[in-house]
Design a protein around this ligand. Structure first.
Ligand code: WTA
Length: 644
């Protein structure tokens, strides 16, 4: 790791967008930074004013650290701003969504069609299920158009959506339903992943045995597999939608009414339900999508994230639709049926903007240049990266092989908690440097701080957002104390949990998490979540989990496990333990390897020295181990790791 940071720090290459790109870009006035700085709140008001409000706000910001209220007193509707606003324009009959299934089927919905589908589903939610403003609705769907419909239908009536990624297990679904107190689940019979059916409805059935708050389940018929329908509880989406032609109007929401909860991993075993509200979130979603991606209604914009993650919320649904673009959506995996699937999609649908993750880019690099080489990628005009640091090699590959040296790359740093992009170059305005996210967006004040909280002019430290911004999290569902302690106890300002460097030009390079959160293929996974799952596995006495550097995924999970007395370690047991974690959390959390050990490195007071485990796992120097009570275990672990 430290070696790769060194290499990154020596990265001097600089790239600029072409004159052609700059001439056509919506935001090409460098004064935007100055304007935002000289009157930050006024600048945000100007961005908010680009949304359609039912009634104006009385004050821009009420800040009672750490709780912000933006555009207080204003009313608006997020679904209205994504759909209804386009109906009187020539975007009405333009594609809002182009969806391609893994099997190759394509569905296109115009803005008018998407509007009608959403408005009809809102009416079903209200009339049939009595869903009202403030009720929580859990969405557990594959990446199909109905996931966008469900999200916007909730927003339309003020129901708070809680989307759970379709790769999460029944147990994870249970935890999130319990915590949010959802009344309804929207799911599908199944989804496709690499040609296989993921039986989502079966997983929901298993989960609902333990979820008394759920009154009803709406099941989208997607793959057509046999499923069990519980009479009186479950309905088929297509059937109940066919029964009504009522179109529900978008209801006025207060700017601070919650729009959604999204669960994300932290350093304890319990995921945090991050709350976002309506006015501020939508302001930043619309603004940042246009600014960072130079998004225009003429674009075919493809964000490859699943709606189960924040990227899918802000940059697949709310941001691009608020800007009237055509959103490309692809259900499946990038290597199905072949490893050129992405490039085939770009070519056939003439995708102009591609927003994906470094883990995918590294996989494409490994698969070979000949695959994109087989396709006409000339429709592309801008590329984006998100989710984890992009190493300069991957950046250069993306730039030359995919972008053919003519598409600017935006490396966007942000988090579930920030709601939208905080740091990125602006394609027509700032030079691009591989490995650097760039400058905070106009309106955002981000800095790198020393441990003491003092800003660093140039060098490395901890990333912090220095003043409130419209799309900031409003809290953790049901646990505001945790919200305070996780994000606001370290500094006076927002503590992001990431390490970063800043250079003389103010360019920020994000290095990754400084806490016990792993970033596996761009997904946040708490070490404690995996450890809690492992100790529930029969025969396990104790477990410690660390991240190891992984060429493709950025990080992979390595678990050290102490077995109970009398339990014998074996390959089968390792495999079973890995499967168990998959069952408890989801496939993304499966350790790459489980190392059975009689002991773990501990301090004399019995605390596991995770730092030592990390060094051992990554083959690095151990540093100071004078407080280690049992140095012999380190030799043992090193031998174990070297033997595989
Ligand atoms: C990491 C995803 C480096 C970071 C939008 C952050 C990044 C966590 C970048 C949030 C980037 C995201 N460069 N690291 N461009 N983007 N991260 O909540 O560690 O799923 O704290 O939000 O991803 O992950 P989350």
């Amino acid at each position: 790791m430290s070696q790769s940071i060194e290499t990154l720090l020596n990265e001097q290459r600089i790239f600029m967008a072409s004159d052609e790109f700059r001439v056509n870009a919506t935001h090409s006035d460098p004064d935007i930074y100055k304007i935002a700085q000289s009157d930050r709140l006024g600048f945000w008001e100007a961005q908010a004013a680009k949304l359609d409000w039912f009634s104006p706000w009385q004050s821009v910001l009420e800040w009672q650290r750490p709780f912000a209220k933006w555009f207080v007193g204003g009313t608006l509707n997020a679904s209205y701003n994504c759909l209804d606003v386009h109906l009187p324009t020539d975007r009405r009959d333009k594609a809002a969504l182009i969806w391609e299934g893994e099997l190759g089927d394509v569905r296109t919905l115009s803005y008018a069609e998407l509007h009608d589908e959403v408005a009809r589903f809102s009416s079903v939610l209200m009339a049939r299920y009595g869903i009202q403003k403030g009720d929580r609705v859990t969405i557990y769907l594959p990446l199909i158009p109905e996931s966008v419909v469900a999200i916007l239908a909730c927003a339309r009536i003020g129901a708070i959506h809680s989307v759970v990624f379709g790769g999460f297990s029944a147990q994870s679904l249970i935890d999130r339903i319990h915590d949010s107190g959802s009344r309804l689940v929207i799911t599908a019979d199944g989804g496709y992943r690499r040609g296989k059916v993921i039986p989502l409805k079966d997983i929901v059935d298993e989960a609902l045995e333990k979820c008394p708050s759920i009154e009803a389940v709406v099941v989208v018929r997607h793959v057509g597999n046999p499923i069990h329908m519980h009479a009186g509880r479950d309905d088929v989406y297509q059937e109940i939608m066919a029964e009504t032609s009522d179109l529900q109007d978008a209801l006025p929401m207060d700017s601070e009414d919650p729009l959604f909860i999204l669960y994300t991993s932290g350093t304890t075993g319990k995921p945090k339900g991050i709350i976002h509200t309506t006015g501020g979130y939508m302001t930043h979603a619309k603004y940042s999508t246009q600014l960072v991606f130079d998004l225009k209604p003429s674009d075919v914009y493809w964000c490859t994230a699943d709606v189960g993650w924040i990227t899918g919320h802000t940059y697949l649904v709310y941001g691009p639709l608020a800007n009237g673009a055509t959103v490309m959506m692809y259900e499946g995996s990038p290597d199905y049926p072949d490893k050129n699937r992405f490039w085939d999609i770009v070519e056939r649908h003439k995708v102009t903007i591609l927003y994906t993750a470094p883990t995918a880019i590294r996989a494409f690099m490994k698969w070979g240049d000949h695959l994109p080489g087989m396709h006409d990628l000339s429709s592309l005009r801008l590329l984006g990266s998100v989710g984890e640091p992009i190493n300069p090699e991957a950046w250069m590959w993306y730039y030359t092989v995919i972008g053919k040296n003519r598409c600017p790359i935006v490396d966007t740093w942000w988090q579930t908690e920030t709601g939208g992009i905080m740091i990125s170059t602006l394609p027509a305005l700032s030079p691009m440097r591989p490995g650097y996210a760039g400058l905070p967006l106009p309106g955002i004040e981000a800095q790198v701080l020393q441990d003491s909280g003092v800003p660093i002019e140039a060098g490395g430290g901890l990333l912090s957002i220095m003043s409130p911004w419209p799309s900031m999290a409003r809290g953790i569902w049901g646990d505001n104390e945790r919200f305070k302690s996780v994000y606001w106890d370290t500094f006076e300002t927002y503590f992001a949990g990431d390490g970063a460097t800043v250079d003389d030009d103010g360019y920020i390079m994000v290095l990754g998490r400084v806490d016990d959160v792993l970033n596996v293929a761009g997904h946040r996974i708490g070490t404690m979540e995996v450890e809690s799952a492992l100790v529930e596995f029969e025969g396990v006495a104790e477990a410690a989990v660390v991240g190891v550097a992984d060429d493709l995924k950025g990080q992979a999970i390595l678990a050290f496990v102490i077995l109970k007395e009398g339990v014998t370690p074996s390959k089968e047991l390792e495999r079973a333990a890995i499967e168990w974690v998959g069952k408890m959390i989801g496939a993304i959390a499966k350790p790459k390897q489980v190392v059975f050990t009689p002991d773990l490195p501990k301090t004399r007071s019995g605390k596991i020295m995770r730092r030592v485990l990390k060094s051992v796992a990554n083959g690095q120097a151990l540093g100071d181990i004078t407080t280690l009570a049992n140095p012999e275990v380190v030799d043992f672990l090193e031998r174990q790791l070297n033997s595989v």
